[in-house]
Design a protein around this ligand. Structure first.
Ligand SMILES: [Zn+2]
Length: 328
């Protein structure tokens, strides 16, 4: 196995991790957590940290080669990965939850979307030979001429990891359709008000929709709504100007705080840092850090969400629609 510094960027927060030592989680009584799966797709703060990490590590480095080991990983055909050989990294960027490694002199963008159960791992001593396709978790590898590089891995046989090699990031459909970035300078409270106006959709759905707001996923939408003391089921169009302002403050502060917490940390600590920073997401049954009420969970869309009844829904638990539909 390779040694040296690794970016163990696995955002798989299983239930067991709730009980991991060294994580400043609320006190628990020793029994297993009843529920609370944590969404494992890296969101804005984690991808931002990765972009900074790769910028610091790789800017100026010459690419030796890049290889995908699962046929489904590379989503583009032209240019092919061979075009990267000899290119030098000029920078990195983040678009929503997409990470971009930019290289020249040919202007090429290697745009990556990490998946559930995905890792990005920095390596100091990659072998010269390209990896062979196979059933290993390795989905993609990029090697620099000095032997460093990174792997993108994903557990399971079905790879949801996506890599695109393009001359313009707007050629990636998921990037082209992104809504505004909540940490951009021009993302004002008025911009948010405009996005929510006339949208008769539950606010939880709106926050997660990458076409409306870029970078917020299942975990941070729970966190933002908790910080805003807002029910996830509230209709976006029904928000008063004061509620929009509270949501705006909660969103920008939660995301900035998360970015700040991850910045400057040893890469391997990022995962624990994110986990310890979450107040309600994935914490079903644990006390709310604000009021002490038990965090609850309700199924939502393709997964579940967590919230605090006292802080967010006037003390009333949200009805599990999926369950009540089944019971009818
Ligand atoms: Zn609470």
């Amino acid at each position: 196995m390779s040694s040296g510094s690794k970016l163990n960027y696995k955002l798989v927060f299983t239930k067991q991790l709730n009980a991991a030592p060294g994580i400043a989680a609320p006190q628990r009584s020793g029994h297993p957590v009843s529920g609370g799966t944590i969404d494992t797709v890296p969101e804005l703060p984690e991808v931002e940290s990765l972009a900074v990490f790769l910028r610091e590590r790789a800017t100026g480095a010459e690419i030796d080669w890049a290889a995908s080991t699962a046929i489904s990983v590379l989503k583009t055909y032209q240019p092919d990965l061979g075009a990267l050989s000899g290119q030098k990294v000029t920078g990195t960027a983040r678009y929503g939850k997409f990470l971009d490694v930019i290289s020249g002199p040919e202007p090429l963008h290697l745009v990556m979307h990490l998946a559930r159960a995905g890792w990005l791992r920095w390596k100091d001593d990659l072998p010269e030979q390209r990896p062979k396709p196979g059933k290993s978790p390795l989905g993609f590898r990029l090697r620099f001429t000095d032997g460093t590089g990174f792997d993108l891995t994903e557990a399971g046989t079905k790879k949801r990891l996506a890599v695109y090699l393009v001359t313009d990031p707007q050629q990636v459909p998921g990037v082209a359709s992104l809504g505004p970035d909540p940490l951009a300078d021009d993302f004002t409270v008025d911009v948010l008000a405009g996005l929510l106006k006339d949208r008769r959709t539950q606010i939880k759905s709106v926050l997660r929709d990458q076409k409306i707001i870029a970078g917020v996923g299942n975990a941070y939408s729970d966190e933002v709504l908790h910080a805003a003391k807002m029910s996830p089921f509230k209709l976006a169009s029904s928000l008063t100007p004061d509620e929009v302002a509270a949501l705006y403050a909660a969103m920008t502060e939660s995301l900035r705080e998360a970015v700040k917490r991850s910045a400057g940390l040893a890469a391997a600590d990022l995962k624990a840092e994110k986990k310890s920073g979450l107040r309600v997401h994935g914490r079903t049954g644990q006390p709310c850090p604000v009021c002490g009420d038990a965090v609850r969970e309700v199924s939502f869309a393709d997964s579940s969400l967590q919230y605090c009844p006292t802080c967010q829904t006037g003390g009333k638990p949200l009805a599990d629609r999926r369950l009540s539909r089944l019971l009818k």
